[in-house]
Design a protein around this ligand. Structure first.
Ligand code: SF4
Ligand code: SF4
Length: 364
């Protein structure tokens, strides 16, 4: 059974020492960062967001983490994310001055500084990924993640931060391509656009040359378009979001393989839990009250505990987009996105990356 540390967002009284900022400092002090990061070149992997989104991890939490890593004796520390997010990070409050260390692109400014890494075991044609060289060349990895929903896989956390956030755009596309899903027969299509108009998730569009295009990030595999098409031009190839999740798990494994287990650490912030991933480049209402911060050395346990802490009964009225309704079964994120968020955790566990059983030690 894996052990996790937890700082509860809810203060027992209104003394500043019981606020989440003060608890964060105590949580940092309790982390074994001397052994994880001491004497090492440390990469802190974050999702720095984009566009007008501002509910990524607040620079305050980032700065205190960087200070703690330095105090633990790291030989160097830097924050890494994809080239686009790093290029605009200052607009959202992340600069070398505010966070206390350099912000670097995982793969250089042009996304070409990568290391081809095998996927083990290969998943069909998905057998290698391009991992950013800055990730590969680091000696210790702190996976510092914001928990939120995700249209393609149900939720985004520690695994999503590594698998989609540590690879080149080409490899990110290859992982998304595993979703597959809908097959369209151009010969049958009359271009009435009924499918696009009736997709409540706005996943369907048509290119200028009349090609059917599905944005699988949004698609819930509800089959509404399949059923409504008067020409029977669309058919379902199978709910392949699980293939996407397996691709995420395999890529997570490939990233982690570059680090000794004792030089990996995971921190999940359960705050500003929004419906979509930070890659959407916008902020939407929080779905549930802020929960707190989990930390530990087991990626499976921390992902499992993060999902377990997000409770449907806490859903804020009015926090879902207009016209959205909850599905019938599963975790809150499954009821929202139609995809079982625990599936990726099951794949991570299957790969031997950690334990689904955990105990939580809540800090005072
Ligand atoms: S509903 Fe069917 S026929 Fe109409 S545009 Fe969509 S795929 Fe083509
Ligand atoms: S399966 Fe549902 S969500 Fe996906 S494109 Fe069709 S109508 Fe939209």
């Amino acid at each position: 059974m894996s052990e996790l540390l937890f700082a509860d967002y809810v203060p027992k009284n209104l003394e500043p020492i019981n606020s989440i900022g003060a608890k964060w400092l105590r949580l940092l002090a309790a982390m074994p960062l001397e052994s994880v990061a001491g004497g090492k070149r440390v990469c802190v992997k974050m999702h720095l967001g984009g566009g007008t989104g501002f509910t990524t991890i607040h620079p305050f939490f980032t700065r205190k983490l960087i200070d703690r890593i330095k105090a633990a004796g790291a030989s160097a520390v830097f924050i890494a994310d994809s080239p686009g997010s790093v290029a605009t990070a200052a607009e959202r409050g992340y600069t070398a001055e505010t966070v206390g260390c350099p912000l670097v692109s995982i793969s250089g400014p042009d996304d070409r500084h990568v290391r081809l890494t095998p996927i083990q075991p290969p998943f069909g044609a998905f057998n290698e990924v391009e991992i950013g060289a800055e990730i590969v060349d680091a000696e210790a990895l702190i996976d510092f993640s914001h928990i939120k929903g995700h249209g393609a896989c149900g939720f985004g956390g520690a695994s999503k931060n590594l698998s989609m956030g540590c690879v080149s755009q080409r490899s990110r596309g290859a992982i998304h391509a595993l979703e597959g899903g809908l097959d369209w027969d151009r010969a049958k299509c009359s271009h009435c656009k009924i499918c696009a108009e009736n997709c409540e998730n706005r996943a369907i569009s048509f290119t200028e040359d009349g090609q059917f295009d599905v944005f699988y990030h949004n698609c819930k595999f509800c089959q509404h378009c399949v059923l409504i098409c008067p020409e029977h031009a669309i058919r379902m190839l199978g709910g392949r979001y699980r293939d996407f999740q397996r691709g995420m798990a395999l890529t997570t494994q490939a990233v982690l393989a570059g680090f000794k287990p004792e030089n990996r650490y995971f921190i999940n912030l359960l705050m500003n839990i929004t419906i979509f991933c930070d890659c959407w480049g916008m902020t939407t209402p929080n779905l549930v009250p802020d929960i707190g911060i989990l930390a530990g050395s087991d990626i499976v346990a921390i992902e499992q505990a993060s999902l377990d802490l997000i409770r449907e009964e806490k859903l804020f009225p009015g926090s879902l987009p207009a016209g959205w309704a909850l599905g019938a079964s599963g975790h809150l994120f499954e009821k929202i996105h139609g995809k079982d968020p625990y599936a990726v955790i099951a794949f991570l566990h299957e790969l031997g990356l950690g334990e689904r059983d955990y105990t939580v030690h809540t800090l005072d």
